[in-house]
Unconditional design. Sequence first.
Length: 328
Amino acid sequence: MPDTLVVGLDVGGTSTRASVLTLDGHRVGTGRAGGGNPTSHGAERAAAELLTALRAALTDLDPTRVAAGTIGLAGAARLLADPQGRVAFDRAWHDAGLRCPYTVHGDALVAYASGTAAPDGTILIAGTGAITAQVHDLRLDRIADGHGWLLGDAGSGFWLGREAVRRLLADLDAGRGLGALATTVLTELLGSAEIAPRARDTVDATIQAVTRRPPVDLARLAPLVVDAAERGDEVATALISQAAAHLSTSVSRIRPAGAVTPLVLGGGLLTADTPLAAAVRVEIARHWPDAPLRTAGDGAAAAAWLAARELPETTDPAALHARLFPVG
């Protein structure tokens, strides 16, 4: 049916993106709104952002042409288990003029689908947090890490930021001169790299600057580590190597040695051209030399593809995926 459309949404803590596709792979609508994750923002606000993104994506389109939809978000299981949250999302869906059903998937599956159409493989995500998931028949199977900043997320943006501050504090305790990374981190936290005559005063001020903010906010220091590593700072380079080892270890927990299924890298630290992405690629090649390595792409389009592949009219899901996400 040439008039049939599908909708996909990639819902995150800071933004919500929607994409409308035809079944031959043409993107006919896109929309963007603020953070729509109900865990972060509550069900009502999240649903309002969802509706904003949907309305923008469906501008000048007849929503009754949409035959299926997929919503990808972190904590999908929590939404599905929360009647209030699901009612709010149902209402937003209906208010956008949509009358078709929709499916909710975790953001890890959507990220995986944005990198490959293969039914089985692995997704490794490193952004503010870090998580690895094994995918079987395009469903999340086993999961490693994703335990949050307090208990896990090793190798994530939070981990890099925390470790950078720890090394800064160790240098201040020992009375050592500050290297490039420590100087940059101290300036970011206190507004100046000047050390008080009594170094302990600077230590206390640094601790206060960190603890006054939400712990996960340490992730904002991760770009400083990446930049310092690009300039050859030894401490930053060592942190990048340790982060890559942590992420590789996370994958090893659930991915068999020598597996040849695709491995997709997602999250801001691994999809951009960063030293961490390069180091992780080296680790992956060492442990799984024959595995196709892919990079996650447009999550909203991937969510729409997941919706399309469930329709009987989509006779070749792999070909549709290739049109949406050309490789090479």
